[in-house]
Design a protein around this ligand. Structure first.
Ligand SMILES: NC(=O)c1ccc[n+]([C@@H]2O[C@H](COP(=O)([O-])OP(=O)(O)OC[C@H]3O[C@@H](n4cnc5c(N)ncnc54)[C@H](OP(=O)(O)O)[C@@H]3O)[C@@H](O)[C@H]2O)c1
Length: 319
């Protein structure tokens, strides 16, 4: 029997499951482009008690949001029973675009507000001042179109600057990549989230499946989805990750859990500020991932895995 854990989104008082559902999978990048499949995944998550769904405007160019909005309506989900997090891309951050993008997002999601609106990544080509989009978000929040504000893929220095732009509110969450093979977030983001009572939404918490050892070196080289260009699956990195995956599999046997449950449980035990948002391509994967909650790895096993993970030397220079 899966025991779902809950925590608070920042200091909002909003109760979220300790593991959310990532919805990038509902896109060409990952391949779940059939609505009924997406609906079954969402239904299973909600049935289990997973109430946080993370999507973005760019996922399938609106497809992910559309699927979520339609599924929530068809499933008759009460608005209060689900926490919707979405994101505005770094290209849509002029003051007016923040309003326009949010209203279109709400239309696709078939709702009058999103619980968490995140800036997906900082603007890098359009020269938009940080305070311009932060003030737009704050105005939308004051008007009730967005509940809380979050920042994704922002360096800590820029998070600080962005927070200083807000007159009356504050951010409640940051989102960064964090998984047992890619630990960079522990350098700055995790301590920052801990110090500031922010929820840290951990993306790619399964390292896109790499740490599960489900693909051989040869199979990994042939992946044709979003992973084709991900450095994790480059042989130079993936060969090392497979060794770590071997250790994860051993623990899975010891605890009678699955590799995904071990990999996610390791993140839950890292810090109570971390909320992993694994993506799933089937209802079975959702259920499997939910089983990472309700128990903990023994200290010794957690530490041994950490030691092995810290020895990985991942390079992003792949050509
Ligand atoms: N803010 C950002 O910039 C950003 C960036 C990336 C992702 N995200 C968010 O984070 C979410 C998750 O990240 P992600 O999609 O990159 O990667 P992930 O969650 O680490 O990996 C997801 C993939 O792992 C496999 N998988 C999932 N559960 C499994 C299980 N129980 N057993 C075996 N395989 C399983 C599935 O692929 P296969 O079955 O095909 O192997 C699935 O598509 C996204 O959906 C999105 O919401 C945010």
């Amino acid at each position: 029997m899966t025991k779902i854990e809950y925590t608070e989104l920042g200091s909002t008082g909003i109760r979220i499951s300790r593991i959310g559902l990532g919805a990038w999978q509902f896109s060409q990048s990952w391949g779940v482009t059939d609505y009924e499949k997406a609906k079954a995944i969402i239904a299973r998550a909600l049935d289990l008690g997973i109430n946080l769904v993370d999507t973005a405007i760019v996922y399938g160019r609106g497809l992910s949001e559309e699927f979520i909005g339609r599924a929530l309506r068809e499933l008759g989900v009460k608005r209060d029973d689900v926490v919707i997090a979405t994101k505005i891309p770094g290209e849509m951050l002029s003051y007016d675009d923040v309003f326009k993008a949010t209203r279109r997002s709400l239309r696709r999601l078939q709702t009058s507000y999103v619980d968490l609106m995140q800036v997906h990544w900082p603007p890098c080509w359009n020269n938009i001042p940080t305070c311009e989009y932060m003030r737009a978000l704050e105005r939308l929040q004051a008007k009730g179109l967005i509940g809380a504000i979050g920042l994704s893929d922002f360096p800590v220095e820029l998070i600080e600057s962005a927070r200083a732009c807000l007159a009356r509110s504050d951010i409640e969450a940051i989102q960064v990549r964090f998984n047992i093979a890619e630990l960079e977030a522990e350098k700055e983001h995790i301590p920052y989230a801990e110090e500031n009572d922010l929820t840290l939404l951990a993306w790619s918490p399964l390292a896109k499946g790499a740490v599960l050892g489900k693909y051989t070196l040869e199979e990994a080289a042939k992946l044709s989805d979003v992973r084709a260009n991900d450095p994790l699956f480059h042989p130079e990195n993936y060969a090392q990750i497979l060794e770590l995956a071997g250790e994860i599999k051993k623990l899975a046997e010891k605890y009678e859990k699955t590799p995904a449950q071990i990999a996610l449980n390791w993140l839950l035990a890292y810090s109570d500020t971390i909320v992993p948002i694994p993506g799933a391509k089937t209802p079975e994967q959702v259920e499997d991932n939910a089983g990472a909650m309700g128990w903990r790895l023994e200290q010794e096993d957690w530490l041994n895995l950490y030691e092995k993970a810290r020895k990985l030397r991942i390079t992003r220079v792949t050509f």
